[in-house]
Design a protein around this ligand. Structure first.
Ligand SMILES: [Ca+2]
Ligand SMILES: [Ca+2]
Ligand SMILES: [Ca+2]
Length: 143
């Protein structure tokens, strides 16, 4: 598999050092992902950390690494859900954000349950759920 730097170079058609949304569309097509407007929007919401409307190498690298962990999960569905839950746009789902979802959609705000859920999902032990950890939950729920 080619590394992120090679992919970045290939995708940065105009060579300005950034991946624009137009270049992103081509990149996703190359990765066999259908680049819907909504997906592009959700990707930018999640990965464009400095919100300048384009992806620099570091931001793009995260996307490429995450995309490899998607497996059978639908990137559009996953990102849309993740971004909805990640209300402060930190790129992670923390306990408070999870509590809010559980309260709204599952009618529980039991502290023990929420702590247990984070603990189960949180593989690297930083106390919050990253997108790849989130995908793992979704895939296990779909089984
Ligand atoms: Ca570019
Ligand atoms: Ca950016
Ligand atoms: Ca967050």
């Amino acid at each position: 598999m080619s590394d992120a730097k090679t992919v970045f170079k290939d995708c940065d058609v105009d060579g300005d050092g950034y991946i624009s949304t137009v270049e992103l569309k081509t990149a996703l097509t190359d990765l066999a992902i259908i680049p819907t407007e909504n997906l592009i929007q959700e990707i930018m919401n999640h990965y464009d950390e400095d919100a300048n409307g384009k992806l620099d190498f570091e931001e793009f690298e995260k996307l490429v690494i995450d995309l490899k962990t998607f497996g059978e999960a639908d990137p559009e569905e996953v990102l849309e859900m993740f971004n909805t839950i990640d209300q402060d746009k930190s790129g992670y789902i923390d306990e408070d954000e999870l509590r809010q979802v559980m309260t709204e959609h599952f009618d529980t705000n039991d502290d023990k349950t929420i702590k247990a859920m984070v603990k189960m999902a949180d593989k690297n032990g930083d106390g919050k759920i990253s997108i790849s950890e989130f995908i793992a939950i979704m895939l296990s729920l779909n089984k």
